[in-house]
Design a protein around this ligand. Structure first.
Ligand code: ADP
Ligand code: ASP
Ligand code: MG
Length: 591
């Protein structure tokens, strides 16, 4: 008999009417002959209310007690949901994370799932029950209650679907599916019938709150098709699957964060090990760092900027203060008044001029870009928070995302009736790594690249657009782009290109640099790019650290970095490319 997992988020179980409506959906699937597991979130804004309550009592409540408290929200919902199913004449049993046997590590408030036992759920299902599982929670080795992080019920749902070999995981929520961007922020956002795991992973980790990004890691790793759809209608929703036609587009979705903070570290030595010393203490706190950029060193000193979640800024400052002083540097500018706006598209890897189009759209609106980072499948810019919405709108329009549904309307995914991999294969895939363990697929070296840097270029709207417009018109194919913050007035912009384009690109750059008021053009004809690809690279903050540690131990200096959910790239001196490859292979040999 096929198993379906149905997850209902907070707004979908906000009151008794809605709980009953959700119960009816589950009963309907049961009547259609499926075994049904429901995963339920806390009612409405209950989790927020509990957090506020805790803070009224203690500004810094112990994380263990926070988990004890927050897990009660889901416990209320599952009990009520079981009563609702029962009132419709069907049998249901509610279970907490601990009762199911969802084992996690002990990182309270952001625990990771290690294993899930299916025995009890299977028995209950075979006896004809609808199983109602509390989302977002588990227990550690010592039976302490843990939670998976805000929005974590999605992750519970997809994880249960994976271990049970469910044919589908349906995420019922308060929108009709996955949109090109948050439809509550941008009304012209368009529903996307199918989106790929890689696109959704990237969007979710860059701020698209519709799915918890770790749930997509499970989907990808265990081949679970995920359907996001409305609790309040029968619309088909969106499917998150392996390959989607949207992957052909240069940009298929956008995200914006409102809770980002910028940290700039000044005057640290430009040498192997510096990055490690700064980021290791942050990683130890399991804080995710994004948009790491480093400017070109002058006098052996570099500035490094990065963004962190705004609510973790104070923590970050406190842990990096002393390592930075020991390095002889200082914390420069920090800002909480910034937003990150990102465009995502698997197709951009093969198309020219995508960044240029984005920068031009932003320049037309006179929006200044404080930091730029790119990866193969995303371009992120950091802007002043008040400009973020306009930035989102302009780029969304530039790539005609409001028309996406028209382009793909005939491509709706047909659900399968068999899981792509069986629960036994799931177990084999894990091989004792833990469900949320890091998976590294490949480590590669491309030592045929060059880098050009525009040093101290004026920091004003339109500069990046003019620069990449010029390069693009000259036929230069740009790979990585990094714009780092130098001062209020100036920025450094670096980019990498295929080495056979170096001479041509340098010549154009010199002309452009002159007309744009750039103070110095610096270049390296021979650089090497190393790429580590896998699943969960950014959410596993330790991956970057492993890389930095391995490279520092081999005395290899990192020139450029970029990160995405599926890949981390670092650029080093070309002569060190091969040894860097070896040391990275060694560092990750057990993953
Ligand atoms: P739930 O409580 O059901 O888990 P969430 O609030 O976590 O619901 O997620 C649904 C919300 O995600 C939507 O109301 C919408 O505002 C927001 N959202 C952000 N990005 C997107 C997107 N790309 N597509 C759809 N919804 C999005
Ligand atoms: N109730 C939790 C939260 O609000 C988990 C979830 O809803 O996914 O974050
Ligand atoms: Mg959610």
């Amino acid at each position: 008999m096929s198993i379906i997992v149905q997850k209902f988020g907070g707004t979908s179980v906000a009151d008794s009417e809605k709980i009953l409506a959700a119960a009816r959906k589950a009963v309907r699937a049961h009547q259609q002959g499926h075994q049904v597991v429901m995963v339920v979130s806390a009612m409405g804004k209950n989790t927020d209310t509990l957090i506020e309550l805790a803070q009224e009592i203690n500004e810094h409540p112990p994380a263990r007690e926070m988990d004890m408290l927050l897990s009660t929200g889901e416990q209320v919902s599952v009990a009520l949901m079981a009563m609702a199913v029962n009132s419709l004449g069907y049998s249901a049993v509610s279970l907490t994370g601990a009762q199911i046997g969802i084992r996690t590590d002990s990182s309270h408030t952001k625990a990771r799932i290690r294993s899930i036992s299916t025995e009890r759920m299977r028995k209950l299902l075979d006896e004809g029950n609808i199983v109602i599982a509390a989302g977002f929670q588990g227990i550690d080795e010592d039976y302490n209650i843990t939670t998976l992080g805000r929005g974590g019920s999605d992750t519970t749902a997809v994880a249960l679907a994976a271990v049970l070999g469910a044919t589908a995981c349906e995420i019922y929520t308060d929108v009709d599916g996955v949109y090109t961007t948050d439809p509550r922020i941008l009304p012209e956002a368009c529903l996307v019938p199918t989106v790929s795991y890689d696109e959704m992973l990237e969007l979710a980790s860059l701020g698209a709150g519709v799915m918890h990004s770790r749930s997509i890691e499970f989907g990808k790793k265990f081949h679970v098709p995920i359907c996001v759809r409305s609790s309040f209608s029968d619309n088909p929703g969106s499917y998150i699957i392996e390959n989607s036609p949207t992957e052909l587009l240069p940009v298929s979705g956008m995200a914006m964060t409102k809770d980002e903070a910028l940290v700039t570290v000044m005057d640290v030595p430009d040498q192997p090990g510096t990055i490690l010393k700064i980021f290791e203490p942050i990683s130890d706190k399991k804080i995710t760092v994004d948009m790491i950029v480093q400017n070109v060193a002058a006098n052996g000193k570099a500035n490094i900027s990065f963004t962190v979640p705004r609510h973790e800024l104070a923590d970050v400052i406190s842990v990096i203060q002393s390592p930075i002083e020991m390095l002889g540097g200082r914390i420069g500018r920090t800002s909480e008044e910034v937003s990150k706006v990102s465009a995502v598209g698997v197709g951009m890897a093969n198309q020219k001029g995508v960044a240029r189009r984005m920068f031009q759209a932003l320049a037309e609106s006179n929006i200044n870009l404080q930091i730029i980072t790119t990866s193969e499948i995303k371009i992120s810019v950091l802007v002043d928070r008040p400009a973020a919405l306009d930035a989102l709108r302009k780029v969304h329009a530039e790539f005609e995302l409001e028309l996406i549904a028209e382009k793909f309307s005939s491509n709706h995914y047909q659900p399968v009736d068999k899981p792509k991999i069986s629960p036994i294969e799931v177990v084999q895939l894990l091989e004792g790594k833990g469900m949320e363990g890091l998976t590294i697929d490949d480590i590669t070296l491309d030592d045929n690249q060059s880098r050009i840097t525009f040093g101290k270029i004026p920091n004003r709207p339109g500069i990046a657009a003019a620069l990449f417009d010029g390069l693009s018109s000259a036929g230069v194919f740009i790979d990585m782009i990094v714009q780092s913050y130098f001062s209020e007035e100036s920025a450094d912009i670096s980019f990498s290109i295929p080495r056979d384009q170096f001479e041509a690109a340098l010549q154009v750059s010199q002309e452009l640099g002159h007309s744009l008021g750039c103070q110095a053009i610096e270049s390296k004809q021979k650089i090497a790019k190393l790429s580590v690809s896998g699943i969960g690279l950014r959410s596993h903050t330790a991956v970057g650290i492993e890389m930095f540690r391995a490279l520092a131990a081999a005395e290899i200096n990192v020139d450029m970095i970029n990160t995405s959910e599926v890949r981390v790239n670092v650029v080093v001196e070309a002569s060190q490319g091969k040894s860097a490859l070896e040391c990275l292979r060694e560092a990750f040999k057990n993953y």
